[in-house]
Design a protein around this ligand. Structure first.
Ligand code: PLP
Length: 343
């Protein structure tokens, strides 16, 4: 890796951009009369949310062992993906690299920003071929590599993440949306070692609050400063900030969710063995299975007729469907419908 120079990677217009500063949020007051933001003086949620999400970052910093200045909060991690691309990628000029198959939103936001999306095809076990990675990153000038682990939609974790961070001159975004289900160590532990690393996590999966739209990014203070500069000032609403803060105070909630999902995952996996048309259940570290079957398209459509919604991955991943773990009742329905339509 070349000597890392953050400012050399950031777009010029962003380098000099002044963040919107909410005076109120950046100063301490005891009982201020707030006549500064044209809000209505009445009502329960009449005030703008804390634009710097201080309480949330302090609590998360404590839990993750990083400074609050190393945390950015997004309206879901989706927003953070969008912002990271906007910070580093010049429209019509720069490119991102993503695993193939992987999470579609990297390519989506890159395309919105008019950046080329280069795809790194995974091998038959959905693992990265290191030589292909080295070749493409040497041949091409790539700003960001989105590394998803555990990967969506394949379910497996990427091994030797440090190899990819070490051998890349741009920014590596490690998306850990499913890490709580995996037992993997978080890339957050590597932040001190790698200035080009950004770790994304979310409250949408294991935490069970997809509707609140809250995600987090962990990186160097320098990178976080740029994310905070480009984000919409009030990107995370006060109801969601409050909800997540309360959730973080409930020590057992996450473990409970994860334990339940993992227990159900084992049950579903065993049940899958009784379904004839399933050819392969790919190993998973997440809350979903990628399964391969002879007649995936037909099975998918038949399930849909019974109002069982799953995620069809064909033709991108031939003959495959992604199915996530539900409650026992939902899983039982899934299995009974699968049995009926494939017998
Ligand atoms: C679900 C998911 C996310 C989470 O997105 P949010 O915007 O936080 O809900 C991020 N990355 C991957 C790979 C996902 O599957």
């Amino acid at each position: 890796m070349k000597e890392f120079n953050l400012n050399a990677l950031v777009r010029k217009n962003i380098l000099t951009l002044q963040p919107y500063i909410s005076f109120r949020d950046h100063n301490e007051f005891n009982a201020p009369v707030m006549l500064d933001a044209n809000e209505c003086p009445f009502g329960e949620f009449n005030r703008y949310p804390d634009s710097s999400q201080k309480k949330l970052k302090n609590k998360l910093g404590e839990l993750k062992g990083v400074s609050p200045n190393q945390i950015a909060i997004g309206n879901g991690s989706d927003e953070l993906i969008d912002l990271i691309i906007k910070i580093f990628c010049e429209p019509k000029k720069d490119a991102i690299l993503m695993m193939n198959p992987s999470f579609a939103m990297y390519g989506f936001y890159a395309t919105v920003n008019e950046n080329e999306v280069i795809k790194l095809d995974l091998d038959e076990n959905f693992e990265i071929i290191k030589n292909d990675f080295l070749k493409i990153t040497q041949e091409r000038d790539i700003k960001i590599f989105f590394l998803c682990s555990p990967n969506n939609p394949t379910g497996n974790s990427v091994e030797d993440i440090e190899f990819f961070i070490r051998n890349f001159d741009g920014i590596v975004v490690v998306d850990e949306a499913y890490i709580e289900f995996s037992g993997n160590r978080s890339g957050i532990e590597l932040l001190d070692k790698y200035p080009n690393l950004i770790v994304l996590q979310t409250f949408s999966k294991a935490w069970g609050t997809a509707g609140a739209r809250v995600g987090s990014a962990y990186a160097s203070e320098g990178i976080i400063r740029f994310i905070n500069t480009v984000k919409a000032p009030y990107n995370v609403n006060s109801l969601s900030q409050e909800l997540i803060l309360n959730l973080l105070g409930d020590k057992n909630k996450l473990k409970e969710n994860v334990d339940n999902v993992l227990k159900e995952r084992t049950w579903v996996e065993n049940q899958f063995k009784t379904i004839e048309c399933i050819e392969k259940v790919f190993p998973t570290d997440a809350n979903f299975f990628l399964i391969k079957m002879k007649n995936a398209e037909e099975v998918y459509n038949k399930m849909l007729e019974e109002e069982i919604l799953t995620s069809k991955r064909a033709p991108a991943i031939p003959d495959c469907i992604r199915i996530n773990i539900g409650t026992r009742e939902e899983n039982e329905k899934l299995i009974s419908v699968l049995k009926r339509i494939t017998s």
